[in-house]
Structure formats: C-alpha cells, structure tokens
Design a protein around this ligand. Sequence first.
Ligand SMILES: Cc1ncc(COP(=O)(O)O)c(C=O)c1O
Length: 373
Amino acid sequence: MSLNHRPTICEINLKALGSNWKQARQKVPPDVTMLAIIKANAYGHGAIACAKALWKCGARHFGVATIEEGIELRKSGLKGTIFVLGGLLSKKLAVFEAYKLTPILHHPDEVARWGKFVLKRSKKIPVHIKMDTGMGRLGLLPEDTKHLLQVLAKNPKVKVEGLFTHLARADEPDQSFTESQLKIFEEIRQFVFSQRPDVKVYHVCNSAALMDGRAMSGMWVRPGIMLYGAYPNPRQQKAADLLPVMSLKTRIISLKKYPMGSSISYGGTFRTERESLIAVVPIGYADGLPRLVSNRGSMLLKGKRVPIAGRVCMDLTMLDVTDVSGVAMEDEVVVMGRQGAEEIRAEEIAKWAETISYEIFCGISARVPRFYL
Ligand SMILES: Cc1ncc(COP(=O)(O)O)c(C=O)c1O
C-alpha cells in the first residue's frame, strides 16, 4: 500500500543518472577523477539514493555543501571521500574527523584554524584549497597565494591534497572570462605545485567546462547538473545525450466546464474565451512549481501540452484542457518529464520561470515523495 495519498510524485530514474555519469566519463581523459556534486540533496534528487547509484557506476568522490549533508551521507553507509564545499562552517572541527569529511579551505584564516586543529591529531586529514580566480565567492584571491604558502609553512600538519577553483561563466557562449580564469588558475597551480610537491591534485571543470572538453589528463572534474540530465546551456545540447533523471507527475482531482468569460484562480488573470474545460491538479508553489509559470507554462495530458490557466496557487494549479478529448478525473498529468512523444524538461520550466534548471530541481519540496526507479 502506498503511503502517499496525494497523487503528486517525483520519479527519480537512477538508470538515467548512471547513463549521464557514463557520458561524463567518456568526455574526460581516462585518468581523470570525477567528483560527483551531490550537494543540496543531489540537486533535489535525493543524495543518498543518488550517491549509492553513482558508487555502483564507479564514483568514489562526492561533493556536498554542508557538514550536515556530509553526515547524512556518511550515516547512510556511503564510503569514499565526501568534500564539504562550503568550508569549515563549524566551530567544532572534530566533526570532520568523526565523520571522515574532507574540508575545503578557502581563506588564510581557515587554513590557520585548521592548522591549529590538526596539531593535536595523530592522523592526517587531507584538505583541498579553493582559489577565487573570478567567481567572486569563496576562495583565496590570487594575490593571497604567497601568504597561503607562508601560512602552510607555519602549519606543517595541514595536509593539502588538492587545489581548485570554480568557474563563474563556463556556460556562456563567450568563453573569454573562462579562459582568463583558467589562465590565472594555471599560474597559481604551477607556482603552488613548484613550492609544494606534496600537492598533487587540481580541479576546475564543472559540467559546462567538462562538456566543452576542457578536462585535461591528470585533473579532477566536478560535474553536477549534467549528472541530473540537464544541459548547462542550450548551446551544449549537441555535446551529449543527457537523460533527465527527475520526472514530476500528478493526476487530475477536479474537472469542470466553465462558461465563456469565467475567471480562473487568484486575481482573475485567466478568463475563459469560450466554454472551457478546466482541470485542477494538486501541485503548487509549495511543491516547488514556481508561481512565475502562471499563464505561461504547460503540462502534459494524454501526450499533449495543456496550458496552465491562471495563477499557480500554493497547492493547486488549473489547466485549460478544452482541446484534449476524452479527459477524465484521475488522468495522469506530467509536470516535468515525458508523456508519449512530448517532453517538458527542467530547462523549459526554468525558462518560463525566468530561472535555471538547478533552481527548479532544488525547489521541488520535501512534501513531494521521491520514488526511485
Ligand atoms: C564548487 C562547485 N563545483 C562544482 C559544481 C557543479 O557545477 P555544475 O552543476 O554546473 O556542474 C558546483 C555547483 O554549483 C560548485 O559549487
């Protein structure tokens, strides 16, 4: 017996995840290590299930944003390296040791703090150092590199395994900013590697850069969005055949005929221009369907696109199904995914909602149960 009463569900296709992983693998030189980015509950797909599926595909390194995300994965029995990309994030650094989490250090003060902590530790815990080469977020600035080496020299027990940076504009058609970030990083890397031969690992590429073929032999890469089957940018659609991992489905819970001139949903922003058949589906912005798709987006019913009529409510959305014949209560409606020959991908919903696929995935709320296929 199914535990969920409401017919709104999220299906997570782990085979698609595996296929995307393989495609990423094929796009990088064979010696490249892939660090799977599974932060934010694997972009809303369910971190534990995704990590386990990726492990079966050969993934041994995982990236999360927070200590809590790392602990959840460790407690689930996940082996391998778990990087906490958000930095130390805690006053109690022993948590990294207790759960075998790998910190990234992004500021000279963090390096010093970590240095103080590991002083009393017998076992060395590897760390990766993040450089800010143009992202303008976390990371040591290029001009801090010498200072970093001085701080490291004062903290000999800090075991730096890797050096990395994050690209701010890798998805854009104009690659000049990315080129400049890569150049800055390469200079830093060569300098650090020359001074610290113990540092052996470096990584730069996110999905967009990986798909542009920027991964070089010896590097690590950090793909995220492409694993979930979304393209970082439409220009990259030809670079791989990514399979969407998440589908969002629901069913009609009300079906009524309205006379011409009726107003539908809050604010009356949709008025029927003819006698109209309006279906209600139990999904709203509290489930993660952005309110911006009101009167803009569509869903799939009987393999056809049906327009969203009026404003998306907290728990409900109306569809104009007048042009579809044979519609009945409880018919399946696909919000995201495939039905027959039609498909609505996260990228399309993101366009309606003036955002990115990442936000669509992450926004699907916890009240939508995930079913793993
Ligand atoms: C540090 C870092 N590396 C890698 C990624 C993965 O990026 P993408 O999902 O674009 O592949 C992210 C995601 O934001 C990130 O923050």
